[in-house]
Ligand binder design. Structure first.
Ligand SMILES: [Zn+2]
Length: 331
């Protein structure tokens, strides 16, 4: 596969202020990427998470044209029981009186995309078809420009509509604190690519880790813990994060605040620059729940000092406690 990843390397860095979406239409006629065989991995559990019981009730309410429902009353169960211990999002706060109508409207729209549910769903479905077409492994590394190109060239995926591209652009460049996600944004370019030489495909896992410290950290963990530990999610490029986040947002009826409580919005995930998730072999989706803390793998990692949490319990960043997430990136 590697050749498909050629292109200007925009190594993610701590740059602020996303650039314009100038390259949406670039690369017309370029060759399609190599299609790699599907490499399913434990990370698929993340995609499945939005189907949590209760999520459909929330979407139903939003789709009925009642966008003003109080999230505290219609709040679906969170993915993880520990998530309830985090602080309330600003989503729950009223906009102070005297705020300009345009600002109020902006804040509302940033919190909830339910007014654009059909577009959100269309983009989510298209990303799903894209993932199936290019294969799960390759999809982890897929950049925005290439995603647009492949979609256009493969009828099974279909061209992204201008509305879908506008939604993706707006979501990427929005300040996520407007809907309550207070974490840092390590990726500031929607069109950043992941050069193949900068990542390492982990044998048997269907996932990648960045070369350098992330790879060394994973290999040390693997050496110390052996076969019991698995890499459940490694490098996640922009489009992979978009697919995960939009899937969750769609399940929550377009409520970005709810979606961001259990998943970093696109651009805000440290999986884009070096962090990765680990799990207990054979533990499946439970590796992404608090139950993971009861596994031998977690206890061993804790003893060895590898649990330096990106998002500790009771963190103020609007992100749930994620004991399976290994912090490597120094951003
Ligand atoms: Zn993670």
């Amino acid at each position: 596969m590697g050749t498909a990843l050629a292109g200007p390397a925009v190594r993610p860095a701590l740059r602020r202020g996303g650039g314009p979406l100038g390259s949406t239409a670039s690369g017309a006629g370029a060759s399609a990427p190599g299609i790699s065989p599907s490499t399913a991995s434990g990370a698929s559990a993340v995609s499945a998470a939005p189907g949590a019981p209760g999520a459909s009730a929330a979407s139903g309410a939003s789709l009925s044209g009642q966008p003003a429902s109080d999230p505290k009353n219609s709040r679906p169960p969170l993915d993880d029981d520990l998530a309830v211990q985090q602080t309330a999002h600003p989503d729950d706060l009223d906009v102070p009186p005297g705020v300009d109508d345009a600002v109020r409207d902006y804040l509302y729209k940033m919190r909830r995309f339910d007014h654009r549910i059909p577009v959100l769903r269309a983009a989510t479905d298209r990303l799903g078809r894209l993932e199936r077409t290019v294969g799960h492994g390759f999809f982890y590394l897929l950049g925005f420009d290439e995603a647009v190109r492949v979609a256009r060239n493969y009828p099974a995926v279909g061209t992204f509509s201008p509305q879908e591209l506008a939604l993706i652009d707006e979501l990427f460049h929005a300040d996520a604190s407007a809907y309550g996600f207070m974490g840092m944004k390590p990726l500031n370019s929607l069109t950043a690519t992941i050069p193949a030489r900068e990542v390492h495909k982990v044998p048997g896992m269907g996932n990648y880790v960045y070369q350098g410290e992330p790879r060394a950290t994973w290999e040390t963990i693997r050496r110390l813990l052996g076969e019991e530990v698995v890499l459940t999610s490694g490098v996640r490029g922009i489009m992979k994060q978009f697919h995960l986040f939009l899937t969750k947002a769609a399940a929550y009826g377009g409520n970005l605040s709810l979606a961001s409580r259990s998943l970093a919005p696109p651009g805000y995930s440290f999986h884009g620059i070096g962090d990765f998730d680990v799990g207990q072999r054979g533990y499946g989706a439970r590796n992404f729940t608090s139950a993971f803390t009861a596994t031998p793998v977690f206890r061993r990692l804790e003893e060895l000092g590898y649990i330096t949490l990106r998002y500790p319990q009771d963190n103020m960043l609007g992100v749930r406690f994620e004991p399976w997430h290994i912090k490597v990136a120094t951003a």
